[in-house]
Structures are given as C-alpha cells and as structure tokens.
Design a binder for this molecule. Structure first.
Ligand SMILES: C[S@@+](CC[C@H](N)C(=O)[O-])C[C@H]1O[C@@H](n2cnc3c(N)ncnc32)[C@H](O)[C@@H]1O
Length: 213
C-alpha cells in the first residue's frame, strides 16, 4: 500500500523537472518557490539523512551540497535512474517507500521528503510516523514539505477554484490522492512523541518540522 500512484511517475518522470520549473500552468502555484522550499528542508535537516520519494534528485542535490550523508529511498525505477544520472555515484538511492525500506540502512539523524507524503492515506501516515518515532533518537528530526490544508473547507474551496480555472488535471489530482489537513498531521506527530511546527510557503505547500522528544 502507498504505491498506488507509481504509474503516474513512470509516465511523468521525463517531464517532471519541467513541471517544477513552472512550465505546467495548472501546477505553477503548487511549485511556486520550489527551489526555496527544497533548500529550506535541506537546511533544517541534521546529520545523516534518509530521504523518501527522491524523484529526480532535486532535494538530494541540495542535501549533498549541505554536506549531509544521504540515503535515498525511491520506489519508481525511472525516477531512480534520472536521480542517479543527475547525482552520479555520490549517493545511494535504493528501492523502497515510506512504509517499507531496509532498516539496516539506519541509524539516521533526520528523515526528509518533499512533495511525496500525500501518497499515503492518513492511516498510513500515522503508521509511518509511529515507526519513525521508534527509529529516531531524541532530538532526531522529520522534515517534510508537502501540500496540506488548514481545514477541510479550504481544501474543498481549492478544488472548486481549480475547476473554475479549468485546471481539471490539478482538481483530479487533489481529489485522487490523500491530501490532508494540518490538525490531522499535528495530532499524528504529537501522539507519537514529536514537537511539531508548520511553515507555509505557498497556497499549497507547508514545511512540517518535527523533533523527537
Ligand atoms: C512529486 S514527486 C517528488 C519528487 C521530489 N521529492 C521533489 O520534491 O521534486 C513524488 C515522488 O514520490 C514517489 N513516491 C510515490 N509513492 C511513494 C511512496 N509510497 N513512498 C515513497 N515515495 C513515493 C514517486 O515515485 C515520486 O518520485
């Protein structure tokens, strides 16, 4: 479970970097300040880092520039290939996902991800965070950037606005995948022993920084 959207990335892989640069009108606002968001996640990470949903390796590149040791986890073979093309042999990128990965790659000091955690249902998000809470030491960090909403009403209004602009791909994406709300995520993190903060970067994307107590 959690891998039901992989087909989309098999097809999107080659065009993905054009989308994040703002070439797709429908996704322009989702990827607004993309480079800044990734840099902020890289700057908040500490020590040895495990990155989930590496994609084409854009966050990985910033982590390496910050001199972090990085273990990348990515379930899509074409995405893994593109990331390795971009990064060469400076990094280990292995098959796996938020819920299933080789725990022999641990310990790490932080777990990071950008634009990927919404592939898990809220129940799966809870399962993942519970597991990370057991695997991280006190002071260990989770830093995730992703689309999320302050309330369900804001989420529904965003879908409505997308449809009004004829952004049907975006509206379909918002309805298909598992975008959540900040109160839901806050409860999940706090119930699993994390202090958590949320920082907004555009209408869609917030950075969640959670520190293990
Ligand atoms: C929108 S891309 C984000 C890529 C990159 N992190 C970035 O910020 O540009 C989402 C990535 O998450 C991966 N993915 C999909 N389901 C996943 C899962 N359950 N666990 C981990 N990664 C997943 C996809 O293959 C894809 O590479």
């Amino acid at each position: 479970m959690g891998l039901e959207f992989l087909d989309i990335f098999e097809k999107w892989a080659n065009e993905y970097d054009l989308t994040v640069e703002g070439h797709d009108e429908q996704y322009k606002d989702v990827f607004l300040r993309y480079e800044e968001i990734l840099q902020d996640v890289a700057d908040r990470s500490i020590g040895c880092v495990m990155e989930f949903g590496v994609g084409t390796g854009n966050l990985t590149k910033k982590l390496l520039e910050n001199n972090r040791k990085v273990i990348g986890i990515e379930p899509s073979p074409p995405m893994r290939e593109l990331a390795l093309e971009k990064l060469g042999d400076k990094v280990q990128i292995v098959d796996g996902d938020f819920l299933h990965f080789d725990e022999q790659l641990l310990p790490v000091d932080s777990m990071v991800s950008t634009y990927a955690f919404h592939h898990l249902t809220d129940q799966e998000k809870e399962e993942a965070i519970r597991n990370y809470g057991k695997l991280l030491q006190c002071g260990g960090k989770i830093v995730f950037a992703d689309t999320m909403f302050e309330t369900k009403d804001v989420f529904q209004e965003t879908i409505l606005q997308a449809k009004k602009k004829n952004f049907f791909d975006l509206a379909e994406d918002l309805e298909r995948e598992y975008y959540t709300t900040i109160p839901v995520l806050q409860t999940i993190f706090e119930n699993n022993g994390f202090d958590v903060t949320f920082t907004r970067f555009n209408h869609f994307v917030w950075i969640v920084e959670a520190t293990k107590q």
